[in-house]
Design a protein around this ligand. Structure first.
Ligand SMILES: [Zn+2]
Ligand SMILES: [Zn+2]
Length: 251
């Protein structure tokens, strides 16, 4: 068993054990989760709220009223050419979810990120036929040292653990970049151009699920999809925790 598999097994066992001994905590509102024998990451209230939210199956925009489907009518994406089969998210980057993401991104946020990774799996509307590879959006090593954590990697490992699909570090970040969130929308595409590289072999009929914490314009994800398709990938999905204000780049 690899070191990663051992540590995730220990973490999972720890969560089950703490669920038996201590009240679990909802990863959004921090309330106690009532059923101690079946530790969950959401309390019943947040679970209900999650089930109620209607999202576009193509771009994951939260739709304003329950019958605002189908997705070809989605105001956020109907005019866009997106290089993904599907984007799923837990919700919009505000309120409790924003606080949970900020907690997960902190250098003590491993447990929060792990819980959010478990939540991410419920978002895949149409499960890919073949077993996909779960691929974290890469972070440059200098940023990881500064931040003290790699949130996307923890999310992806948690996601892979829950689904039983394979975690693959299929792409790397080759250079340090300006933070996307600090750049004007128009500069973001240029900032990430040629910043990433595929490591290893892409298997064409193996679906890929790219995992990250927040998506704003999607510029990073679009650039990753571009190099992965160039390397032979045929099916790319995106799973993000929080979707910021829709302002996608067109490709
Ligand atoms: Zn809750
Ligand atoms: Zn949409």
């Amino acid at each position: 068993m690899s070191q990663g598999a051992i540590s995730s097994t220990v973490r999972s066992f720890g969560r089950s054990l703490s669920g038996l001994l201590l009240p679990g905590c909802c990863c959004l509102c921090r309330d106690d989760v009532v059923d101690y024998r079946n530790p969950k990451v959401l309390c019943p209230t947040c679970e209900q709220e999650q089930a109620k939210a209607k999202k576009c199956v193509r771009c994951s925009a939260v739709l304003s009223h329950e019958n605002a489907l189908p997705s070809e009518d989605c105001p956020a994406c109907h005019h866009l050419k997106l290089p993904f089969e599907e984007i799923t998210s837990v919700g919009n980057y505000d309120g409790l979810l924003r606080e949970a993401v900020l907690s997960a991104k902190s250098n003590r946020g491993t447990a929060s990120a792990w819980d959010l990774g478990q939540l991410l799996t419920s978002g895949l509307e149409s499960h890919p036929a073949a077993q996909p590879w779960i691929v974290p959006v890469p972070m440059h090593w200098t940023r990881r040292i500064r931040r003290g954590t790699d949130t996307a990697a923890i999310l992806a490992k948690s996601f892979a653990r829950k689904t039983g699909w394979s975690y693959r570090k299929l792409v790397t970040c080759q250079r340090s970049m300006a933070k996307q969130s600090e750049l004007p929308i128009t500069a973001r595409k240029k900032n990430v151009r040629n910043a990433f590289a595929v490591q290893g072999v892409v298997v064409p009929d193996r679906p890929i699920v790219l995992v990250d914490d927040i998506m704003t314009t999607g510029a990073t994800l679009v650039e990753l999809a571009r190099i992965l398709r160039k390397a032979g990938a045929s099916e790319i999905r995106v799973a993000i925790v929080a979707r910021s204000t829709p302002q996608y780049l067109n490709v």
